[in-house]
Design a protein around this ligand. Structure first.
Ligand SMILES: *Cc1c(COP(=O)(O)O)cnc(C)c1O
Length: 362
């Protein structure tokens, strides 16, 4: 070797593209491009964060005992089987890095979360992307793609950006159908928005090949704080803990997340609002001739008939000061992913698109 060379895979990584947050010339943009909570952060978490700020001179807990205990209490899991990370992205990094490397394969699906190919290359592993069926994850396509080299399957349920989800029976069939050396990761970033769904926790409790990940970034309104967690078999958690930095979460992150998870009224309030406005937005989009699947998350993926129509719809929203997410990178050049806002925000989206349709008809 004659020069400094990055590890294999690293140069295959295209930088992650976040949702846009600025519109030229607009002062108060309505940002519906990153699936953030329209109600902001929970006041309980802000209060805990302020109190913890006075402890910033001390190193944080290395084992996250208090936060894991709170998670365990609220979600009915064993605290020893919980691992916390800097967002669930870090937990996903623990599992891919600890269990896959050069020569190994990681499977994800055609419209899967854009972090999955990045995480695969970060681990030095090979990307295996399998098709979906009508924007829904296809269990058989995944099982057919498994080889001796497969180590991890990454799956979001509900999925981003489609908002679709697999019923528990299908998740179970997938977990049972994988060889014993393959880990099934069920990314539950949007689990709380899906009615009657436990995020795969029951499945993970009983199996030794299932890891569930969860986040404080979506329903809890703490995307800027960066806290997530995973729940899996004890052996798997113990392996992942070896590569977790001992002080990965700060005193303020730990305190705010613990207050948020204990704030059940907040969860209830946010879920109710989302379900209500999601149904309203979905109905209105369909009425306006934009196709959308039933979403189980806090966003709706609207599909225009072609790219030109999607461009025009986006331009109309931007003109009204509203930012949404285009999802060409996810295989939907004609798609517009719109975060579900509160009643007033959803009203603004519907009004802007209605005026756009009326204008086009005139
Ligand atoms: C937003 C999101 C996450 C959460 O990432 P954090 O690191 O916890 O903020 C994970 N998976 C999917 C599919 C997401 O959309």
């Amino acid at each position: 070797m004659t020069r400094i060379t990055p590890q294999p895979g690293i140069m295959d990584i295209a930088l992650y593209q976040g949702g846009q947050s600025h519109l030229a010339g607009v002062e108060h943009v309505l940002k519906l491009s990153s699936n953030e909570n329209p109600l902001g952060p929970p006041p309980s978490a802000m209060e805990a964060l302020r109190a913890a700020a006075g402890e910033m001179h001390k190193y944080p807990s290395t084992d996250h005992t208090a936060l894991r205990a709170a998670i365990a209490e609220v979600w009915g899991v064993e605290p020893a089987r919980v691992i916390c990370g800097v967002g669930s992205d870090e937990v996903l990094q623990f599992v891919t890095q600890a269990f896959a490397g050069a020569g190994d394969e990681i499977i994800y699906t055609a419209h899967g979360f854009s972090m999955y190919p990045i995480l695969t290359s970060m681990a030095g592993a090979t990307r295996v992307c399998v098709p979906e069926t009508e924007r829904v994850v296809d269990v058989d396509a995944i099982l057919n793609a498994v080889s001796e080299r497969t180590r991890v399957v990454l799956l979001a349920n509900p999925a981003n950006p489609t908002g679709t989800m697999l019923p528990e029976g299908e998740l179970e069939r997938l977990a049972d159908g994988l060889p014993p050396y393959v880990i099934l990761v069920i990314d539950g970033a949007y689990a709380e928005f899906a009615t009657g769904y436990d995020g795969g926790i029951t499945l993970a409790r009983a199996r030794d090949n299932v890891l569930v990940t969860r986040t404080f970034s979506k329903i809890y309104g703490l995307g800027g704080l960066r806290v997530g967690w995973g729940y899996g078999p004890q052996d798997m958690i113990d392996v992942m803990t070896r590569i977790r930095q001992p002080f990965n979460l700060s005193v303020v992150q730990l305190a705010a997340a613990e207050a948020a998870v204990r704030d059940r009224a907040w969860l209830e309030r946010c879920t109710t609002l989302n379900i209500e406005q999601r149904a309203r937005l979905t109905g209105a989009l369909r009425q306006l001739g934009l196709a959308c699947d039933e979403s189980h998350a806090n966003f709706v993926l609207a599909r225009a008939t072609d790219v030109a129509e999607a461009d025009a719809a986006e331009a109309a929203l931007n003109a009204a000061g509203i930012l949404i997410r285009r999802v060409a990178g996810y295989g939907f050049p004609e798609g517009l992913r719109i975060t579900v806002g509160d009643a007033e925000q959803t009203g603004r989206v519907i009004d802007a698109l209605t005026r756009w349709r009326e204008g086009a008809a005139a």
